[in-house]
Design a protein around this ligand. Structure first.
Ligand code: GCU
Length: 406
């Protein structure tokens, strides 16, 4: 086995060296026949593929805790210069075994809303306080050893969150720090929500069946539970979004929880939207050796062995059908394989068609900065690996189309 460094330096960025591969179809049934209609997909094939993903890649999702409650910690009516109401919720989880865990959600809502508004929901990397320009937001992320939670870390990811524009366009926007759900490191199982289910200290051996990505997806669903209790939000119209590893998590959350009406993957790359079998940029051996806890242990069998996979990431996109899904890439983000991200959208089309919905409608990748809008949409931004106001402009346009109508 090569070392991590050897694997990374051998990563392929040459289109002519992409191995030839045959993509399996999500419509192929175990008995060799094809799924014929949406009924068969929803009742038989989709559950089978969801199970396959739990077994082969992300692991199981934990159950709901024995008790969940929502505590309103703060409410400001004059947030973001007066355009927003800002709320901070603490989501408490309690178990009959006495273990409890809590995560804090930051929520902005347009101050002038006439009624409940659609919302965006996503996890953040550096704490709620880092996502906003407002200096009096609670510090979060403390469960992650070494994370900078000093006052200097306030507001450092404001551009990535774009709260003001989202509010101006009439949407609420909520976020939670992903470290509060599972601090991002292979040695942090005992600080994660998995503690709830293990009488306190979750052993690393849980990685045999579970993963950090499943914990983050679970956390997004618990945040949606909280939004369902918030009178100023229309929780039937929530877009789940995420950047990079958190885009992998938003896709997995969207696949598991049909309450998410629009699913957005921003630069999610390997084990997100990108096709594994292209082996372009990051590949299974690299990602599983660097981030073993993101996936269940059994995923290791595909290291340097993508050809043996009986599925690929267009199956994951298909699990979201017929709900709208948006795949976004950046031109300089070759690590995430923009073309592979685009192709998973292309190849999910056969499942969307079962529902009478046209997928991407083309297999030709659009030029940069000319988004394809539709129920399956694709957007290639000029620039680096990031979630920028330009990406948000596209997501807000999609929300205008898909979260404003019945
Ligand atoms: C690393 C990792 C990617 C991941 C990214 C991120 O680059 O290799 O798979 O998407 O981190 O989350 O920023």
């Amino acid at each position: 086995m090569k070392t991590r460094e050897e694997l990374i330096s051998a990563a392929n960025y040459d289109e002519s060296r992409v191995p030839s591969y045959t993509l399996p179809s999500p419509l192929d049934k175990a008995d060799g026949s094809k799924v014929a209609n949406a009924f068969e997909w929803v009742n038989f094939q989709r559950p089978r593929i969801l199970e396959l993903y739990k077994n082969e890649l992300y692991g199981k999702l934990p159950p709901r805790p024995d008790r969940t409650s929502f505590e309103l910690l703060s409410c400001r009516e004059d947030a973001l210069g007066g355009i927003a109401v800002r709320k901070e919720y603490r989501i408490h989880f309690e178990m009959n075994n006495g273990v409890s865990h809590a995560i804090d959600m930051l929520l902005y809502i347009p101050a002038n809303a006439a009624g409940p508004v659609p919302a965006f929901l996503g996890l953040n990397f550096k704490g709620n306080h880092a996502a906003t320009p407002e200096k009096d937001v609670l510090i979060t992320g403390q469960r992650m050893p070494g994370l900078d939670i000093s006052d200097e870390s306030r507001g450092v990811q404001t551009a990535r969150w774009n709260f003001e524009e989202t509010i101006r366009r009439g949407y609420a926007s909520a976020t939670i720090c992903y470290h509060d759900i599972f601090p991002d490191g292979p040695e942090h199982w005992d600080k994660s929500i998995y503690r709830l289910f293990c009488g306190n200290a979750a052993p690393a051996s849980m990685n045999e069946s579970y993963s950090a990505i499943s914990a983050w997806a679970w956390g997004l669903s618990r945040a949606l539970d909280c939004l369902e209790t918030e009178p100023m939000v229309n929780a039937a119209k929530v877009a789940v979004h995420g950047h990079s590893r958190l885009g992998k998590s938003s896709l997995w959350a969207g696949a598991n929880d049909p309450r998410f009406r629009l699913v957005i993957s921003n630069d999610s790359g390997c084990a997100g939207a990108a096709l594994f079998k292209r082996c372009y940029g990051e590949n299974v051996a690299i990602i599983k050796s660097r981030f073993p806890h993101w996936f269940r242990d059994s995923f290791a069998k595909y290291m340097e062995n993508e050809a043996s996979m009986t599925f690929d990431q267009h199956f994951l996109i298909s699990l979201i059908a017929p709900r709208p899904v948006c795949i976004a890439s950046a031109t300089e983000d070759l690590w995430a394989d923009p073309k592979g991200e685009f192709l998973s959208g292309v190849h999910a089309a056969e499942v969307y068609r079962l529902f009478g919905v046209e997928g991407l409608g083309t297999d030709v990748m659009p030029p940069p900065d000319t988004p394809l809008t539709g129920q399956v949409s694709y957007h290639l931004r000029t620039g680096k690996h990031d979630q920028t106001p330009q990406d948000w402009a596209h997501y807000l346009d999609l929300a205008d189309t898909y979260l404003r109508t019945e």
